[in-house]
Design a protein around this ligand. Structure first.
Ligand code: SD4
Length: 344
């Protein structure tokens, strides 16, 4: 039988424990002199994060705001036609439509997101407009497009000839089988970007920056899983799943099969674990372990990676499969690419 007294006792203990661990990170931070904090700094997912960080850095090094840095930074892969997983040139859904997901979060907990937005090259900027110009936090589909056009964004065809070709190739078998282990199997032999479009069907840019004032912001933008059902949304535009920022603690972002990230509210989990004193890498690892524990069979064949940074400017990552990389740019090094650790 359920013993209420025991339960009250147990929850009191765990709340107390939480309170202890919770204060530990905050104390940690207040004990660190501002000089010891690694700032400004920007980190982002995958190798293509190097070019994105470089543009974010232009803002950060001029004492700009982290929010402007992440928006400017992720513009780079969004506009890059050869990047088939973000923005213009992204691989389409199974109906041949390029639908984009993006979200942004600032140091004050302000958020904006667009879901399944078509025809707009820079969904991250539409997400920012949602945040700044509307009483809402998310706009989807036609409504998001209508809003973007009203805000002066240009309507464009985002399906490039090479993505269209890859889609037509895919239609021959029309098998939805995300190639999650590209990096795992081929990382050392072929840069993922060089793979034919029909094999290269995921990767997203998630970016977290801390400016000279020590404020954090993040952005996440993607064309989502290639050949998804029309209207499918992954983790990337969902605050708490694909991105989360808490200016007292740190920020986290994710890449990979969004369904599993959403199921575990991944990025929020990573930030909360850092609040309890986990290092960024430990927090990312624990979030990955939740995914594996919940769906061990699924996890064997998919990739999910988390990337995080805390208020000291320490960063770390962890993924299910090998091959997850992230890029770092700070006062010491501007083009660092790090191979994240992984479970398999
Ligand atoms: C999604 N998380 O739509 C995105 C895709 C991705 O690496 O990141 N792939 O589920």
């Amino acid at each position: 039988m359920f013993n209420r007294r025991k339960f009250i006792k147990a929850s009191a203990v765990s709340t107390a424990m939480l309170a202890v661990t919770k204060t530990s990170f905050a104390n940690n931070i207040s004990n660190v002199s501002s000089d010891a904090i690694n700032k400004p700094i920007v980190i982002s997912t995958w190798d293509f994060g190097v070019a994105a960080n470089a543009d974010a850095w232009k803002v950060l090094k001029n004492n700009g705001r982290a929010l402007d840095a992440v928006e400017q930074g992720v513009w780079v892969p969004e506009a890059d036609e050869s990047n088939q997983s973000v923005g213009y040139g992204g691989l389409p859904d199974r109906d041949g439509k390029v639908t984009l997901d993006a979200c942004i979060m600032d140091e004050n907990g302000n958020i904006g997101a667009v879901l399944a937005l078509e025809h707009i090259k820079h969904p991250i900027s539409v997400a920012r407009k949602v945040m700044e110009k509307t009483p809402h936090v998310m706009l989807a589909g036609d409504g998001a497009l209508q809003f973007a056009l009203e805000q002066g964004f240009k309507k464009e065809n985002l399906l490039t000839p090479s993505s269209e070709k890859a889609w037509k190739e895919w239609l021959k078998e029309a098998k939805y089988q995300p190639v999650m282990n590209i990096e795992n199997k081929l990382y050392d032999k072929v840069a993922p970007q060089k793979l034919p479009g029909n094999q290269y069907n995921h990767d997203t840019i998630g970016m977290i920056a801390m400016d000279v004032k020590g404020n954090l912001s993040g952005a996440c933008t993607t064309s989502g899983m290639a050949y998804k059902l029309h209207g499918r949304i992954g983790d990337s535009p969902i605050i708490g799943a694909g991105l989360f920022i808490d200016n007292e603690v740190g920020g986290a972002t994710s890449t990979g099969v969004g369904e599993e990230v959403v199921r575990n509210v991944g990025s929020f989990l990573v930030v909360e674990l850092m609040r309890q004193g986990y290092s960024p890498e430990e927090a990312c690892k624990e979030a990955v372990m939740r995914i594996i524990k919940k769906k061990p069979e699924t996890a064997k064949n998919i990739q999910v990676g988390f990337l995080a940074m805390n208020k000291k400017g320490e960063y770390g990552a962890y993924a299910i499969q090998q091959g997850f990389t992230f890029a770092v740019c700070d006062t010491k090094k501007q083009d660092l690419v790090i191979k994240g650790k992984s479970y398999y």
